[in-house]
Design a protein around this ligand. Structure first.
Ligand code: SF4
Length: 468
């Protein structure tokens, strides 16, 4: 069940001409959330057609493949999974057909009680096609009683963990967010008045839609011919949006729970700068493209140090953090970034990175800057030390992988060959995000839900070896 770790994006459109094309564009804006698989399911009022495959959205959907999708309502998915979990049967949407009709589902997040639920369902006769935890919701719905809405509500009450689901039937679309709101999900409206739903608001602009509101924790929004209706499957709801959505995952032009991702990142940079005595120890500020640029701007503005383009990103490679194996991640860093020698040569550089996960990327970037002639490299991380694995849909699955779980900042500074190293304290992260209503379990070890045994298998009680 370890292969269920993923960080994905979902997008849906309800009753709109060109729904498959709009879903394609929406997913394209979410491609940064997963590059190992993509798919779209399309409903025409009588049936659901599904097309999906492994790889980037543009690889899966050529013009003729998109043409095969006929209908007015769609849900789509871009997928990331750990090694071994990216088989075609796990690529979403997952669709099921029964005497009750067709249902397709897409999911962003991770169900932490997937193993016991799966065992229970298999004992009752359910047969699973893949290893994805997302399939569990289909089986729970199928085994339920009452209306489809009642079945979905009952299924959600059985699930623990992080889930933003879209469910498509022949006629309706449902948008669902877990009771802690760990993964984002927002509602928009197209220029033609149709509803759309997305993991991130950045996808609305691409299809000329406007943001309406977020799906609330514990909420089920049903889109039907009668309009949009809101239901809650539980009253025990909290706001615990994943802090890493602000720090790394989401695009800077997205809004999360009313806050601009760019503005929050800039504020983390400002707060990092408050920790310095003054700005005389460095000549320039350089951010690691792309997710650290906002924080680097805030840091540079606050200290009055010039913000410089000291690193150049090759835009045609994937994100290293979400490559599935260590070997691919190592290669990814070398392919992805170059130091801008005329800018950094002879300079004392403050290097701003959004987070320090495995350390591989940071170590290589410090090395790149030194090879380009930087006189000093002072590394500043715009988030706290990441010491604990995530069980809510992010690929940091064991403590052994996490550099900060195994080394003090002083040790890390030496291992990364930096001249100094500083992290943003947890209190300052909360300040930048407007409060502590966030999941910050990977920094604090305080998990939002019970873990149903995931912690032991991830080495939470084990002190592991060198992560670098
Ligand atoms: S543990 Fe960390 S990465 Fe996982 S949901 Fe919580 S804040 Fe996000």
């Amino acid at each position: 069940m370890r292969k269920i770790n993923e960080e994905c994006g979902v997008f849906g459109v309800y009753r709109e001409e060109e729904a498959p094309l709009l879903t394609y564009f929406g997913l394209h804006a979410l491609q940064h959330r997963g590059q190992e698989g993509a798919g779209i399911a399309c409903a025409d009022g009588r049936d659901i057609t599904c097309r999906k495959g492994c790889g980037l959205l543009t690889e899966v959907f050529r013009h003729e493949t998109l043409e095969e999708l006929k209908g007015h309502s769609c849900i789509g998915h871009v997928r990331y999974a750990t090694a071994g979990g990216n088989e075609l049967e796990n690529v979403q949407p997952l669709a099921a057909r029964s005497y009750l009709g067709c249902v397709a589902v897409v999911h962003n997040g991770q169900i932490v009680n997937a193993a016991p639920l799966r065992r229970e369902l298999e004992e009752k006769g359910s047969i699973f096609r893949g290893t994805s935890d997302s399939e569990i919701i289909l089986h729970l719905i199928q085994g339920g009683t009452g209306s489809l809405l009642e079945k979905i509500e009952a299924a959600c009450r059985r699930l623990e963990g992080a889930f933003s689901f879209l469910i498509l039937t022949e006629k309706n679309l449902y948008a669902i967010r877990d009771k802690n709101g760990i993964r984002p999900l927002s509602i928009g409206r197209t220029a033609g008045g149709s509803w759309c739903v997305s993991s991130e608001t950045c996808a609305f602009g691409v299809i000329n839609a406007r943001f309406v509101r977020d799906v609330a924790p514990g909420e089920i929004v049903k889109f039907s011919a009668s309009g949009a209706e809101s239901f809650f499957y539980t009253k025990e709801c909290t706001h615990r949006l994943c802090a890493m959505e602000y720090i790394y995952f989401s695009r800077p032009d997205s809004m999360l729970e009313g806050r601009s991702v760019h503005a929050v990142r800039k504020e983390t940079g400002r707060r990092l700068a408050w920790l310095e005595e003054n700005g005389t120890f460095a000549d320039i500020v350089v951010g690691v493209p792309d997710s650290s640029l906002s924080a680097a701007m805030g840091y540079s503005e606050e200290l009055g140090l010039p913000y410089e383009m000291g690193l150049i990103k090759n835009k045609y490679t994937g994100r290293t953090f979400i490559q599935p194996t260590q070997k691919l991640r190592d290669t990814g860093v070398r392919m992805k970034l170059s130091a801008n020698q005329p800018v950094v040569e002879g300079k004392r550089v403050v290097l701003i990175d959004d987070s320090l996960v495995r350390g591989t990327t940071s170590r290589r970037i410090v090395q790149l800057l030194r090879e380009a002639g930087a006189a000093e490299v002072h590394l500043r991380i715009a988030s706290p030390e990441m010491k604990f694995p995530c069980f809510y849909g992010v690929d940091t699955s064991t403590r052994a992988e996490l550099a900060s779980a195994n080394h003090t900042p002083q040790e890390l500074c030496r291992l990364l060959a930096a001249d100094s190293l500083r992290f943003l304290p947890d209190s300052e992260l909360c300040g930048a995000c407007g409060g502590d209503s966030l999941c910050r379990a990977c920094f604090t070890g305080s998990y939002v839900t019970p873990l149903f045994g995931c912690g032991e298998s991830a080495g939470l009680a084990i002190s592991a070896g060198n992560a670098l």
